[in-house]
Write a protein that binds this ligand. Structure first.
Ligand code: IMP
Length: 183
């Protein structure tokens, strides 16, 4: 879906499809260099990271393995509580593996902080994080993110995997959702 198709639902286009692809290529070159001696396991966090994973993995010129997890935050409201439930676990035994978590966005950091510890406790050799977007002003817990695409303001964004009520994931760009859509 192109921006023009839903322009009225967005107040602003933050990052275009071209900018996303250029950034993923840049990050891929770093990851290729950092994982030259190993075959990393890329772990995508469903569902938001599907687009990042699809484009980033195909950009990489090294062998990788791929697996997926689905998690959800407990608690009332829309804010992440930091208590996480695994809805779908990995199929892979990650003991001794170099794991690279692939995420769409870091908001409070609570989900990733939990996931990082969870995967480390399974005996992975290393666990690093790649996130396309980060909202530095929303961070509640410091998470060491090795590869960051873009730092963005603390607005609610949709597109490129990110949804509002399951919509807009198939938008090619990332945009700020207009208040009239959710008010
Ligand atoms: P955290 O635990 O607060 O970092 O939660 C991160 C998760 O919240 C992401 O994986 C997204 O699924 C969701 N999320 C955070 N910010 C946004 C946003 O602006 N748009 C859509 N989803 C978001």
């Amino acid at each position: 879906m192109d921006v023009e198709d839903i322009r009225a639902d967005l107040t602003e286009v933050l990052i275009t499809e071209e900018e996303i692809h250029a950034k993923l290529a840049e990050l891929a070159r770093r990851v290729e260099a950092d994982y030259a001696e190993t075959t990393p396991l890329l772990v995508g966090v469903l569902k938001g990271a599907v687009m990042v994973m699809a484009d980033f993995a195909r950009e990489l010129q090294i062998h990788i393995d791929m697996d997926w997890m689905a998690v959800s935050s407990y608690g009332a409201g829309t804010e992440s509580s930091g208590v996480v439930r695994i809805l779908k676990d990995l199929d892979t035994d990650i003991a001794g593996r170099d794991v690279l978590i692939v995420e769409d966005i870091i908001d409070s950091g609570l989900t990733l902080s939990w996931l990082l510890q969870n995967l480390q406790s399974r005996g992975a050799k290393s666990v690093k994080i790649l996130a396309l977007l980060r909202k530095p002003e929303s961070i509640k817990v410091e998470v060491d993110v090795e590869y960051v695409g873009f730092d963005i303001p603390p607005a609610f964004v949709v597109g490129y995997g990110l949804d509002f009520a399951e919509r807009y994931r198939n938008l090619r760009a990332v945009g700020v959702l207009a208040p009239h859509v959710y008010e």
